[in-house]
Design a protein around this ligand. Sequence first.
Ligand code: LLP
Length: 434
Amino acid sequence: WSTTARKVEGRLEVGGVLLTDLVAEHGSPAYVLDEADFRGRARAFRDAFAAYDVFYAGKAFLCTTTARWVAEEGLCLDVCSGGELTVAERAGFDMSRVGFHGNNKTPAELRRAVELGVGRIIVDSFVEIERLAAIVAEPGATTRVMVRVTAGVEAHTHEYIATAHEDQKFGFSITSGDAFEAVRRVQDAPGLELLGLHSHIGSQIFDSSGFEVAARRVLALHARVSEELGVTLPEMDLGGGFGIAYTTQDDPADPSQLATEMTKIVEHECRALGIPQPRLSIEPGRAIVGPSMCTVYEVGTVKDVELDGGARRTYVSVDGGMSDNIRTALYDADYSCTLASRASDAPPKLSRVVGMHCEAGDIVVKDEFLPSDLAPGDLLAVPGTGAYCRSMASNYNHALRPPVVAVRDGATRVVVRRETVDDLLATDVGAVSG
Ligand code: LLP
């Protein structure tokens, strides 16, 4: 839960706003964004990593309002597509504080990034180095580059979000020598200024040993570059991936603990390798916005189903589902939820919260003990939906994507409005206006 969430006589309040009031005004489902919590987490990272640059990873959740909050709290911004770059631009984000990622940026996107003066472009393939070199070959053009490397680490997380083992699409392998070759080519390209190496080992990670191994391998390459090319790389980025608690079993590290551990590793390794310490940067997304949002749904139906062996399971259907949170279906992610609209003394019953989509895997919360008197019209709130929920939302079954409603000091502010049927049909060229 975000820091301002609390129950008032059974009713959930976030940012001083009762969710019953929020839904009465803005409808359901809705993502509820706790502004103070978001800013607080951003600040905690900035303060803990005060000697470094902290890039908020926009892929977790980005809109112009949050981009402005990120700027106001003194963080930089990581974007990974032309679309995210446009949001940054519209928000008036200082482009020199933007990092541009992606394994298949188009030549047009690269050109735009150079024209906008993006602070760093993280290159991911030899083809891209060539493309970028051609763009900056034009008189006056120049850009700062980081080389994304694959540190060869097995991060302990879901296969789809682990990114530092060899057999996946991102980065240049350190082991095969490609990473060194990429550094050489960037170094040889006039107009490309090499800042350093970038490693991102995966997402929703709790065990810091993965970061430690990655840092060691990346710094070893820094040392090789210094020795063989006579170049001191001024920076190193260790990416994001810091886990958050989705259920009470998860135990995330806090930013200052992470900062202390990372600093220790980097200092130690640099001393051992006899190289100067590069300036470090990190890219947390989930750890900032994840806990700042919850999703509020209205219960539509409640159904008891008999399982093999005679046990029963209660299926609680809500007015959203995999179109606003794909993570349970896609990664088998664990979420929890609570009755948000009233108090209940009814005994708890093991329930499964499901969506309204035509798919059996459309599960929001796999298992939760909910009051046995749960009924249509009740509101349920699911915490921890700030990261990779709205940003991965879809219009599956022609669902309208919910709004993002910011709450602060008892007031609500819509920062992304609810989609309308007109939005939905805007790209359907055959649609006749109603
Ligand atoms: N930096 C890079 C280069 C990344 O690829 C990512 C995430 C981040 C930073 C931010 O990672 P975070 O701190 O948010 O874990 N859709 C998946 C997560 C995909 C992460 C992709 N890259 C999910 O819902 O779990």
